[in-house]
Design a protein around this ligand. Structure first.
Ligand code: NAP
Length: 277
């Protein structure tokens, strides 16, 4: 029951109406009997929104597109990993005597991606091709290197891709050279293939047989065209929903200092996909 003691959580971004994070986190609160609520926080004016979160006494917030980088200068503390990645997706607020005294920013996207992949592959020593050079590719590229994988990055806008590869200290591969690349794992960290353009795919199906594992971080639709084509080529596939789940579980650990209720959160996600036409 929501009352004067209910802890406030949410996801801050401009397109959060369809976010699955509220479904996942609220299912977790229910199963653990925690007096908390997690809501979509739709806002484009990030500075005003951040002041509001502090004034209203939020406990924890997920940050998504387009605020992951722009919110950073407003935070009191940014953990070294998020600083290195250059983006935060999680805020942890501390309060004293009804006042917010500190806001820590951190990043759990890379942990989510690594854990999703680690269920089916050994990352250390693997060669991984990451498609994309946006915020997600940045976090995933960082995380894979932390896990001792050998990372290759490709992107539609070559300059942006080269710049990110240089910042991450990984290899860059141009789109023309992709057909010759041999790697163990492919990660799509672009937005290509997402509803309503679910008929699109970021890479030609004929290249997919070169990879053992293919992960698509796009999770709407659940089985993207890339994952369908990868499956048809005999690859092991990993859905972006798994990354979403694991990054949320890490947020839970930061907010509550305990392991997240994985089964309840996973079940809530599964049900939300079943309910979609
Ligand atoms: P972003 O910063 O806007 O970056 C978008 C990336 O996609 C860029 O590399 C961009 O290439 C590429 N791209 C977009 N449209 C393209 C097209 N038509 N053809 C080729 N490349 C294209 O976004 P982001 O934050 O990295 O997120 C990327 C995707 O990951 C989104 O769909 C997001 O929902 C999803 N995501 C999933 C999770 C999860 O937990 N599963 C977590 C975070 C993000 P250019 O540089 O050439 O523009």
């Amino acid at each position: 029951m929501i009352n004067g003691h209910t802890q406030l959580f949410g996801v801050l971004g401009t397109h959060v109406q369809h976010s699955l994070s509220p479904i996942m986190h609220n299912a977790g609160y229910q199963v653990r009997g925690i007096n908390a609520v997690y809501v979509p926080l739709r806002a484009s004016a990030v500075q005003d929104a951040f002041a509001g979160l502090k004034a209203l006494g939020f406990t924890g917030v997920s940050v998504t597109v387009p605020h992951k980088e722009t919110i950073m200068p407003m935070l009191d503390v940014i953990d070294p990993v998020a600083k290195k990645i250059g983006a935060v997706n999680t805020l942890v607020f501390s309060r004293k005597e009804e006042r917010t005294v500190c806001c820590l920013g951190t990043n759990t996207d890379w942990i989510g991606a690594n854990q999703a992949l680690a269920e089916v592959a050994t990352l250390a020593g693997s060669k991984v091709l990451v498609l994309g050079a946006g915020g997600a590719a940045r976090a995933i590229g960082f995380g894979l290197q932390e896990a001792q994988a050998e990372v290759y990055l490709a992107n539609r806008s070559e300059d942006k891709g080269r710049k990110l590869a240089a910042e991450l200290g990984c290899n860059f591969v141009s789109l023309q050279d992709l057909p010759a690349l041999r790697a163990d794992i492919l990660v799509n960290a672009t937005a290509v293939g997402m509803t309503p353009e679910a008929n699109k795919t970021p890479i030609d199906a004929s290249f997919l047989r070169h990879f053992s594992v293919v992960m698509d971080i796009v999770y709407a639709p659940l089985k993207t065209r890339l994952l369908q084509e990868a499956e048809a080529q005999g690859c092991v596939t990993v859905s972006g929903v798994n990354m979403l789940l694991y990054q949320a579980m890490e947020q839970w650990r930061l907010w509550f200092g305990e392991e997240a209720p994985k089964a309840a959160m996973r079940e809530a996600l599964a049900q939300s996909f079943e309910q979609k036409p």
